[in-house]
Design a protein around this ligand. Sequence first.
Ligand code: HEC
Length: 108
Amino acid sequence: MTRATFAAGALLLAMVRAPASAVAEEQFAPEQIKRGASIFSQNCAPCHGPHMADPQGAFDLRTFPPEQKSRFLNSVTRGKNQMPPWGDLFQADEIEALWSYVMAGEKK
Ligand code: HEC
């Protein structure tokens, strides 16, 4: 990755998909995490639990593997079994915001 692409990536954090090797060290802007938290509380919390706690029968997102971002994007966009697809509702940058929230975790 060149310096130029890195700078562009940092600027367009919400839209640029980090290469797999960088995923574990992904850094998220606080505004992006906040945005994800807000989308989550309105759309995902009914099944995955408020603040990701108490997900009942749905997947416990606090345990989602950080190295499987493409699985996250895929499942959220297309749905999985009992979970409806979200790809028509959210833009890619909104799903990125959700990812940042899930990865950053809920502040205690
Ligand atoms: C109607 C209930 C419901 C809602 C709303 C919902 N989910 Fe889910 N979700 C589920 C269920 C049930 C599963 C488990 C699917 C399975 O593995 O069979 C799941 C699984 C997942 C998984 C794991 C998929 C995998 O690859 O194993 C992710 C990530 C996820 N949900 C994210 C989200 C996000 C983000 C939202 C909000 C945009 C959301 N969910 C809203 C019910 C829901």
